[in-house]
Design a protein around this ligand. Structure first.
Ligand code: FE2
Ligand code: FE2
Length: 150
């Protein structure tokens, strides 16, 4: 039977990933309205990646014979400028990093190798998201040049 604490991590992670999907999709729409097609496309791709993370977590829940909890999603943080939007997204990604670090450490401690492997893979990918955001933020400088206010 599944360790309830691991199920808790999986449930929390699905909720996080679906919240991220919602945030990135909404931001993709917003930045399209700002006329920033390239940024909009990259946010849409990001939403796809987070959806794929949710899918992998759900696969694991199904393995334990459980349905995803379908709990509450976090509120979407849109941002009033590109800079602000990226800061929100960086914070979101760091939340994921902390969550997956904790989940991975617990699974390793208890010998749940397959769950540890999944959390470890997702942890690497969330770090990659943080690095991508950092690169975009550096490329945008202080953010005033295209940090269009609305
Ligand atoms: Fe993710
Ligand atoms: Fe992410």
């Amino acid at each position: 039977m599944a360790d309830p604490r691991i199920v808790g991590y999986l449930n929390r992670a699905v909720a996080h990933e679906m919240s991220a999907v919602q945030q990135y999709m909404a931001q993709a729409r917003l930045t399209a309205l700002w006329g920033m097609a390239e940024l909009s496309d990259s946010l849409r791709r990001e939403a796809q990646e987070e959806l794929e993370h949710a899918d992998r977590l759900m696969t694991r829940l199904m393995h334990y014979g459980l349905a995803p909890p379908g709990g509450q999603l976090a509120p979407v943080r849109l941002g009033r400028s590109v800079r602000q939007l990226m800061e929100y997204n960086r914070a979101l990604e760091l939340d994921a990093v902390r969550m997956y670090e904790e989940a991975m450490a617990y699974c390793r401690r208890t010998g749940a190798r397959e769950d540890a492997a999944l959390f470890s893979a997702l942890l690497d990918e969330e770090w990659e998201h943080v690095r991508e955001i950092d690169a975009q933020m550096n490329a945008n400088g202080s953010g005033d040049s295209d940090g269009r206010e609305r």
